[in-house]
Design a protein around this ligand. Structure first.
Ligand code: MLT
Length: 313
């Protein structure tokens, strides 16, 4: 089996494949769309992260493709329906990086609340200022978690450890799960109306694209803190920018963008906003998570070769 790896995936995690005599593994990073289209026909499987768009063009050019393996949770960069219609199996790694994403959410939230990034830049530039970097505590804040799945659930637990009151909404989650996590399930609008902090942890799909836009910002409290460590496009970026500029949103953090890397002027303006802590899609970027997800997709490919059931296809 010939496998191409097109995004940065942990070499340690891929060892199962590199040691497997039935497999030839080619790591080819930084290919243009055309370069990948030119060579994909030579491969039986592709391993990606979020940097490669597995669209119709790629699936059509991949005449021998049998597996698209996504070393991560989100499959929004894969045309799953078209792949399935062509008999190509799409497999992901839904568990290995969820802790990493939850910890990154907390890192960004705390960085924002305590002005870590801007105070760090100020001190390194030779200044000694304290008053402008007075922060706010998480204790006693009402935090809203939208999407109480594997990442959202972990974020909720961590927010509770910081003594927040946690509200959550998720139409696919049982009241029992919310109860077990010690959070109150409410409607989306109740989250917008009542929370001091709002963090999204849903996949990006037709139901969630632009889920938080002008109407939702209109319902929010003045001074709300907004976080997106899930997917760019769940929160409408133009609406977020406008609400940051008006002061309705006091600030927050964004790790994921509707375009990666960002190109549009309004996204660049968002990134430049002082009151927004920003990172370049690092939620899943811990050594631990990258090894985990690479092992998970490698196991699935070996299962395929051994004619065994694939767990996350
Ligand atoms: C995920 O969907 O699991 C992550 O966004 C993966 C990645 O960092 O590419």
């Amino acid at each position: 089996m010939k496998i191409i790896v097109t995004d940065e995936v942990s070499a340690e995690g891929l060892a199962l494949l590199t040691q497997e005599p039935r497999i030839q593994l080619d790591v080819k990073l930084g290919l243009s769309k055309q370069q990948l289209l030119d060579i994909i026909g030579n491969y039986d499987a592709i391993i990606t992260r979020s940097g490669t768009n597995v669209d119709r063009d790629l699936l059509d050019a991949g005449k021998n493709l049998k597996i698209v393996a996504r070393a991560g949770v989100g499959i929004d960069n894969v045309d799953v329906d078209y792949a399935s219609s062509k008999g190509v199996i799409v497999v992901n790694a839904p568990f290995g990086n969820t802790n990493s994403a939850a910890e990154h959410t907390m890192a960004l939230l705390l960085s924002f609340c305590r002005n870590v990034t801007i105070a760090n830049a100020s001190l390194k530039s030779g200044e000694w200022k304290r008053a402008p970097f007075t922060g706010q505590e998480l204790k006693a804040k009402v935090a809203g978690v939208i999407g109480l799945g594997k990442v959202g659930g972990r974020v909720a637990t961590r927010l509770k450890a910081f003594e927040c009151e946690v509200l959550a909404c998720d139409p696919y989650i049982s009241v029992k799960r919310a109860h077990d996590l010690g959070v109150k399930l409410v409607s989306h609008d109740e989250i917008y109306k009542n929370c001091d902090i709002i963090t999204v942890h849903t996949p990006l799909n037709d139901e969630t694209r632009n889920m938080i836009g002008p109407r939702e910002f209109g319902l929010m409290k003045t001074g709300v803190v907004i976080l997106n460590v899930a997917r760019g496009g769940i929160i409408n970026e133009q609406a977020l920018l406008e609400n940051l500029l008006s002061g309705k949103v006091t600030g927050g953090a964004v790790d994921v963008w509707s375009e990666e890397p960002p190109k549009s002027e309004h996204v660049k303006q968002l990134i430049a906003c002082d009151r927004l802590v920003v990172t370049p899609h690092l939620g899943a970027n811990t050594f631990e998570a990258q090894v985990n997800v690479a092992i998970d997709v490698s196991r699935e490919i070996i299962n395929y070769l051994d004619d065994k059931p694939m767990e996350n296809a």
